[in-house]
Design a protein around this ligand. Structure first.
Ligand SMILES: *Cc1c(COP(=O)(O)O)cnc(C)c1O
Length: 234
């Protein structure tokens, strides 16, 4: 099932790419939260090397157990007291939405002598229930502050668009995020590049790619529905 799902997702990514003016194929991040290592290995054997997790403990456990050439993406809300466990294990932290969190990442990165790549999380539809910053001047000023911190590189922006049955409804949010990344680029801030746009999930990744996504985060579309209940089996 996973093998077939990945084939399908890759096909749709290629199709979506044909409709864009962007030259590089986006990277597919397989969102493996709640899923066992055996399923991750199935995806790994199909050539997937980027996996997304949203819980620190789960990410660490899988990091220890699975092949070391996997690039782990922290895509969930990150508490400051847990930063120390992951700074040397993740390829990219997608969910930085405050100076205090960035300061903690910087501090722990210095301790472990690593440079940590991060994305700034934006709340594109200003949803109450979501984390992320507004697309405004204040956020640009915050990016300038974060950029001054040692051992951190800001690589781009990330968003979780609203849940919708109709992906077209999210097109405007994706295009707003791209525009905002251009606005930030135009500020020419040291240690900031806006190469990465992490946007698009199972329900809307094709539209996100058409609007310039460089990373798409697909969970359900690869691994099937998530079971948050207790060990109900497969
Ligand atoms: C769970 C999650 C995803 C994947 O969602 P699907 O709809 O299952 O593809 C993507 N991004 C974030 C931040 C998530 O938490």
């Amino acid at each position: 099932m996973i093998q077939e799902n990945i084939r399908l997702v890759r096909e749709k990514i290629s199709e979506a790419c044909k409709k864009t003016a962007f030259s590089t194929q986006p990277t597919l991040i397989a969102v493996s939260k709640t899923k066992p290592s055996s399923m991750i290995m199935e995806a790994y054997n199909e050539g997937i090397r980027d996996f997304g997790e949203n819980k620190v403990q789960e990410l660490i456990d899988k990091y220890e157990e699975l092949p070391k050439d996997i690039r782990w993406h922290m895509i969930g809300h990150l508490q400051r007291n847990k930063v120390k466990y992951i700074v040397d294990k993740v390829a990219l932290i997608h969910s930085v939405d405050s100076l205090r969190l960035a300061e903690e990442i910087s501090k722990e990165a210095i301790k472990k002598s690593v440079i940590v790549s991060i994305l700034i999380e934006l709340n594109v539809a200003a949803e109450e229930s979501k984390f992320g910053l507004g697309l405004n001047r204040e956020t640009i000023e915050l990016v300038k502050e974060i950029a001054k911190l040692p051992n951190i590189l800001i690589k781009g922006l990330m968003t979780v668009a609203p849940y919708t049955e109709n992906a077209e409804e999210n097109r405007i949010y994706f295009s707003n995020l791209l525009q905002f990344s251009v606005d930030i680029s135009n500020e020419n801030i040291d240690n900031v590049c806006m190469d990465v746009l992490s946007m698009g999930m199972t329900g809307d990744y094709e539209v996100a790619i058409e609007e310039g996504a460089t990373y798409v985060r697909v969970g359900t579309g690869i691994f099937g529905d998530r079971d948050y209940g207790q060990n109900k089996g497969e």
